[in-house]
Ligand binder design. Structure first.
Ligand SMILES: CC(=O)SCCNC(=O)CCNC(=O)[C@H](O)C(C)(C)COP(=O)(O)OP(=O)(O)OC[C@H]1O[C@@H](n2cnc3c(N)ncnc32)[C@H](O)[C@@H]1OP(=O)(O)O
Length: 170
């Protein structure tokens, strides 16, 4: 299978925050943002694999900055590493200032998607070749995050997590 680049999967969703999507403080409801990120990430995973994809885990979410009603929110998702059937997706969330048009980073998240066939069985995905410094940095750390996610899910024994052990023994 030929390698693909992060730019092949990059997905950008831009939308407003409407009243029905806010909490009592008139900021975007966390679950609504999770859904937008899941949607963008699933498109990115599909663009990389060209297969049916399912969310396997949400590895990390940071709600760093509240997003007020009426904001223009951009969710950017990109595959940061591909393994056998799974893909790590990085998601950056930006909010646009109404007057200046400048964007500031509000949130970020990391999801894992798995490519599956029509019966739901995992299938192989193309390898990913990072190009920029940021892409290479995210690629390098992805195996550590995968092992952490598998250990927390009870799918890997801690003593098998070589990348995690290396953090403490280097
Ligand atoms: C777009 C949507 O929202 S879909 C709806 C929400 N998601 C779902 O319904 C998915 C339900 N879950 C499933 O179908 C299955 O658990 C699957 C397909 C995700 C995984 O199936 P499994 O039987 O665990 O398969 P298997 O053990 O072979 O794992 C497949 C891959 O997923 C990875 N994986 C599984 N669980 C995790 C996890 N918690 N964290 C990170 N990676 C994981 C495995 O490491 C493996 O990766 P690799 O092939 O790249 O090495």
């Amino acid at each position: 299978m030929n390698s693909k680049y992060p730019k092949d999967s990059r997905t950008t969703l831009t939308d407003l925050v409407l009243p029905s999507e806010t909490n009592p403080l008139n900021n975007l409801f966390g679950g609504e943002l999770l859904a937008r990120m899941d949607r963008a990430a699933s498109i990115a995973a599909r663009r990389h694999s060209r297969r049916i994809v399912v969310t396997a885990s949400v590895n990390h979410v940071a709600f760093n900055k509240a997003i007020p009603l009426g904001s223009v929110v951009t969710v950017e998702a990109v595959v940061s590493r591909a393994f056998k059937s799974s893909m790590e997706i990085f998601i950056d969330v930006w909010v646009e200032d109404r007057e200046s048009g400048l964007r500031s980073k509000a949130n970020e998240a990391i999801y894992t998607f798995v490519a599956v066939d029509e019966t739901g069985a995992p299938v192989p995905v193309p390898p990913l070749e990072p190009e920029t410094d940021l892409e290479k940095e995210r690629y390098a750390a992805a195996l550590r995050r995968k092992q952490l996610s598998l250990v927390l899910a009870g799918k890997m024994q801690p003593n098998e997590a070589s990348e995690l052990k290396a953090l403490f023994t280097k």
